[in-house]
Design a protein around this ligand. Structure first.
Ligand code: ZN
Length: 82
């Protein structure tokens, strides 16, 4: 089996022309379409848009399934018998 790692498709920093440097970016949901969502990447330094990304329904499902992989703790209260 091919053990290929998933590429991280969330950009953490992009080149900003105003700041003239690679800046950390903020992801903002711009548009929701039936089959995809469009995200805008905003520079955290100056707030200008430095990139855009479309996430298809398939990618979104993948991201959701990966995000929801936390182990859940059961919310059972500790009750001791008297
Ligand atoms: Zn900037």
């Amino acid at each position: 089996m091919n053990q290929q790692q998933f590429e991280n498709f969330t950009a953490s920093s992009l080149y900003c022309e105003k700041c003239k440097a690679a800046m950390p970016v903020r992801e903002r949901l711009l548009l929701v379409l039936p089959d995809r969502e469009i995200f805008d990447y905003l520079c955290t330094g100056c707030g200008s848009s430095v990139g855009r990304r479309e996430i298809t329904a398939g990618e979104k499902l993948l991201a959701q399934s990966m995000a929801g992989r936390r182990p859940r703790r059961s919310a059972v209260p500790h009750e001791r018998p008297p």
